[in-house]
Design a protein around this ligand. Structure first.
Ligand code: FAD
Length: 402
């Protein structure tokens, strides 16, 4: 009997399993997770999970749904090595598992900094429910949190930590927050909003060492020479693809496991999806590795379609969201420098439209779901937009599509 093995039960892996069944696959499906808990959604970890008392896990599909569909979920089961010739995996407990097709959905890991003190008990990163529980325990009122990296995860944790009454300082190498993913307008807006909520920023500076007493970090030493006192440190300096299994097996990797547009790797029986994978898309000349729920879900569906020979999903322009304080940032498309930017500021909302001629390339919308939806429609259908409507805060955005 055919058997598909999926390594990793996050957004990508779990969705792939469910999609395979809904697309008619009748063979065995084994879903391996090296985590001890049932599959859950990761985005709340930096948001509601940290601030809510005893937050309920946002489970992905739920155990009943998985078992009803005959999906053999194995928790605490780590795939250690992959043998492409034998089409088999060796698991942490020494057992072997063979597959007819393999889906690598191993996600990404927090980037580690090459400095001393990283292993201390009050230095955190945030990838798993276990990480979130450990971090939450450290965020007591008045505690000093130093966040290294002003990307989404760093900023979201900063907002949550302020709610919990911690003092927060963010250290960032670049000269603004969200330097790789947001326009200067949005970065500046968020910078100011965080400052208004009591967050301090140290920009254009790096961490040179973590000063520790025994197993406990007491200060974060910066390249500029100053030392920030710290009760807890969050390293939020970006993610690296978890492609170790693929690399060791000899599958082509380059900042992620390389795939074709259907998610197939350099080995025809092996697919890769989600944060771990890098694939060609219509949205950029270079293959993209996107760390987003959208990309994980889309790739899961593409792979399930390829395996079952069913209709692939229509590709969506990349979308992403981030919740900080009472602000919902929604982004559609890829924010890349060089395009014309039109800013639309209304009471309570701010949007930036990125245009190439009359073509919309991306929208960043803060508390502005209509601007975001307009962007999704325009980008998915390739519709041109009227720049005068976009720039007029009084105009109805419904009239912006040409
Ligand atoms: P993951 O969901 O990371 O799952 C991978 C799983 O594979 C993990 O459980 C891992 O332990 C397991 N694994 C790895 N190696 C093995 C092995 N050898 N054997 C067995 N299991 C293994 N995205 C958004 O779009 N919006 C957001 O607001 C947002 N917020 C986020 C907040 C946080 C704190 C984090 C960490 C991520 C956030 N993301 C957000 C990103 C989003 O969660 C990821 O892009 C998405 O989870 C990727 O899905 P995935 O299936 O590729 O990997």
């Amino acid at each position: 009997q055919e058997q598909i093995v999926i390594v990793g039960a996050g957004h990508g892996g779990t969705t792939a399993a469910v999609e395979l069944r809904s697309r008619g696959f009748e063979g065995g499906i084994v879903l391996l997770s090296d985590e001890p808990v049932e599959p859950y959604e990761r985005p709340p970890l930096s948001k509601a999970w940290l601030t809510a008392d005893g937050a309920e896990k946002d489970s992905l599909y739920g155990l009943d749904t998985l078992s009803e569909r005959g999906i053999d979920l194995r928790l605490g089961a780590k795939a250690e090595t992959l043998d492409l010739a034998a089409r088999s995996l060796r698991l942490g407990d020494g057992s072997e598992l063979t597959y007819s097709a393999l889906i690598l959905a191993t996600g990404s890991q927090a980037r580690k900094l090459p400095i001393s003190g990283m292993e201390c008990e009050n230095v955190f990163s945030l990838r798993t429910a276990g990480d979130a529980d450990a971090l939450r325990a450290a965020l007591v009122p008045g505690s000093k949190l130093v966040v290294v990296g002003a990307g989404y995860i760093g900023l979201e944790v900063a907002a949550s930590a302020r709610k919990l009454g911690a003092d927060v300082t963010i250290v960032e190498l670049a000269d603004r927050c969200m330097p790789r993913t947001a326009s200067v307008t949005i970065s500046d807006f968020y910078h100011q909003y965080h400052e208004e909520h009591g967050v301090a920023f140290v920009l254009k500076d790096g961490v040179s060492a973590l000063e520790a007493e025994g197993d406990h970090v007491t200060g974060v030493a910066l390249s500029s020479g100053s030392v920030l006192p710290a009760d807890a440190v969050l390293i939020a300096a970006g993610g690296v693809p978890d492609d170790i299994l693929a690399q060791q097996a000899g599958i082509a990797c380059d900042n992620g496991i390389l795939t074709d547009e259907n998610g197939r790797t350099s080995d025809p029986s092996v697919y890769a999806i989600g944060d771990a994978a890098r694939r060609p898309t219509p949205w950029a000349e270079e293959a993209l590795r996107l760390e987003s729920v959208h990309s994980a879900l889309e790739m899961a569906r593409l792979v399930a379609a390829d395996i079952t020979g069913s209709q692939p999903p229509a590709l969506q322009p990349p979308w992403f969201w981030s919740d900080q304080y009472d602000l919902k940032l929604q982004i559609v498309g890829l924010v890349t420098p060089g395009f014309e930017q039109i800013k639309r500021h209304t009471e309570g909302s701010l949007s930036v439209f990125h245009l190439k001629g009359d073509e919309l390339m991306a929208v960043e919308a803060v508390n502005d779901p209509r601007a975001y939806m307009l962007g999704r429609t325009a980008l998915s259908k390739g519709l041109a937009v009227d720049r005068h409507v976009l720039s007029d805060p009084e105009a109805d955005l419904k009239n912006a599509l040409l």
